[in-house]
Design a protein around this ligand. Structure first.
Ligand code: HEM
Length: 530
């Protein structure tokens, strides 16, 4: 058979190969159409089902990401969609994996809760992310994910989070580094260092003191690995072509940083394991036992495993979760507050009325400062720390149509649904009309929250459903405490960057691309300010 084929000559063979390739895509499309029909759904509007249209799409996504314009790219996908399905589109390059891009709250609700079992991180995500995050809570599904969640969750019970000593210690250290006399400081850099110190102190029982020692090779490596990881995700079909030297060496640096904590975990004396141990693999995922304040995450890990690899994976994941998200949110908050001095004053007045200029807030003080909560909520509305996310279908299923009379959208096993909290939360049509009490949704306005509450799935900075952020209360408490202490001390802040040059840099977590250069002024200093 092979002999006969070879005898046909190279030209004939090339023609045959080309014919097969040309026939493959329509045949594949027809097969997918058949499966979609069997599921009882339809396709969302098609952007591409073959390399001719698909390749330019992926290259444009990659180039937009490198130029920090990913949001423009994502929003652009829905510019020419028909009224029957305005907020979801389909892209597939080689016809094998379909990517559904959505900015529809009903779709997000479906994948995160209503049909939770039909969606997961999936094997492709695991394969792409595991060199960095291993088999941790972020990369696994099913029992492996449930075990990680059971391990992590007891660290965040209210009793532990409401002890504000750690936040106090590191906020004081941060304020100690802010120069007086109207000098400029990149407060984003300070926030990133502070949240690393808080997270390591809270979870590992000892801080790495990066506020005291800014030159930490771990910090640069963590940033670089995230940058490349994001690119690997966006250019998913071509990720094997992306050079990974810096990615791998960054991961090695992170592992060197983690190594002493692994050693310490392994050397912890074996604790008396009780059946009600918070980290017992058999304990129910969502009913943690109380965890004593002296029990760190390392203790919990030592109870569950003696595998250095398991400890490594969990530590890196929790550092990623705990550090960058809160630092980026605090950075955007200060950036916006510098933009709106009246909002800053209003926030300050509300804080001074309750606490005066010096008293440290308690946990319940933080919860009784509504304008402070509105300010953080508003930041997370415009800049959700995790701007893009995805889930893969574990079986053939559907997403609901939001247009009356339209059939549901079919999602087939292995399809990837990409959703953007940021694009969705910036959709003007999901908000009430602009009025005296409701500013343009594109504008930072904590005041809007006094008269308005978003519909449940229109606002998802912490996700929702069973995989909702474990650290939500911890994050809100840490950010609120830090803001209170800053705002108590400084009467006003002044932005020292170029407003027009600022941009959203999305590398897993979305942060201000130019940092946040500001000057802080205490009340007494204000005379010198001009
Ligand atoms: C502003 C701060 C934060 C935001 C906006 C945020 C947002 C999110 C989001 C959107 C997810 C879902 C990720 C996914 O399913 O793909 C998530 C998950 C998670 N977050 Fe946060 N997070 C924040 C802070 C924190 C902190 C401080 C911690 C812990 C120290 C934390 C721990 C986690 C963990 C462990 C998960 C995984 C949950 C799971 O898959 O079951 N987060 N977070």
């Amino acid at each position: 058979m092979l002999d006969r084929l070879l005898a046909l000559g190279p030209l004939y063979l090339c023609g045959l190969a080309l014919g097969c390739i040309i026939a493959y895509f329509p045949l594949r499309k027809a097969y997918i159409d058949y499966r979609i029909w069997r599921v009882g759904g339809v396709r969302s509007p098609l952007i591409a089902t073959n390399p001719l249209w698909g390749l330019p799409f992926f290259f444009s996504a990659g180039s937009k990401q490198m130029n920090n314009k990913l949001l423009d790219h994502f929003e652009g996908l829905f510019k020419n969609t028909p009224p029957s399905c305005p907020n979801c589109v389909e892209i597939s390059t080689f016809g094998v994996v379909r990517f559904l891009m959505t900015q529809e709250p009903a779709h997000v609700k479906t994948i995160l809760t209503t049909k939770f079992a039909d969606f997961g991180k999936g094997p492709r995500f695991h394969e792409s992310w595991s060199p960095f995050l291993g088999d941790s809570i972020f990369t696994t599904d099913g029992q492996a994910w449930a075990d990680s969640r059971a391990l992590i969750r007891p660290m965040f019970v209210k009793d532990r989070v409401s002890d504000l000593d750690i936040f106090d210690r590191w906020t004081d250290a941060l304020i100690g580094l802010i120069p007086g006399g109207g000098q400029t400081v990149d407060v984003m850099d300070l926030f990133y260092r502070m949240t690393l110190d808080v997270t390591t102190d809270f979870l590992l029982g000892e801080s790495v003191n990066s506020l005291g020692n800014p030159k930490h090779e771990f910090v640069d490596a963590f940033k670089e690995v995230q940058r490349i990881q994001m690119l690997l995700t966006i250019l998913s079909p071509f990720r094997s072509l992306i050079p990974k030297g810096r990615y791998k060496s960054g991961i090695r640096t992170i592992e060197r940083f983690i190594s002493p904590f692994i050693t310490r975990t392994l050397s912890l004396p074996p604790p008396a394991k009780s059946p009600s141990s918070p980290t017992s693999p058999s304990s129910p995922t969502e009913s943690p036992s109380p965890s004593s304040h002296s029990t760190t995450f390392l203790h919990s890990l030592s109870l569950q495993t003696s595998s250095p690899k398991v400890i490594r994976d969990q530590l890196i994941a929790i550092l990623l979760a705990g550090r960058d998200t809160t630092a980026a949110t605090l950075s955007w908050t200060l950036y916006e507050l510098a933009h709106y001095p009246q909002t800053y004053s209003r926030l300050r007045n509300s804080i001074l009325t309750l606490l005066g200029p010096d008293r440290k807030p308690t946990y319940s003080d933080l919860k009784s400062l509504p304008y402070l909560t509105h300010t953080l909520n508003e930041t997370l509305r415009l800049y959700p720390a995790v701007p893009y996310n995805l889930r893969a279908a574990t079986c053939d299923t559907t997403l609901p149509s939001t247009v009356e009379g339209q059939p549901p959208i079919a999602v087939l096993k292995g399809d990837v649904v990409v959703y953007s909290a940021m694009a969705m939360q910036r959709r003007a049509d999901l908000y009430p009309p602009v009025s005296e009490t409701f500013a343009d949704p594109a504008v930072f306005s904590p005041d809007r929250w006094e008269h308005w509450t978003p519909k449940a799935w229109n606002y998802i900075p912490f996700n929702g459903g069973p995989r909702i952020c474990v650290g939500q209360n911890f994050a809100m408490t840490e950010m609120a405490f830090t803001l209170v202490r800053l705002v108590q001390k400084y009467e006003r802040i002044e932005y020292r960057g170029d407003w027009h040059a600022q941009y959203h840099k999305a590398e897993i977590v979305g942060a201000p691309g130019h940092g946040v250069p500001v000057a802080f002024f205490e009340a007494a200093e204000d005379g010198d300010a001009a």
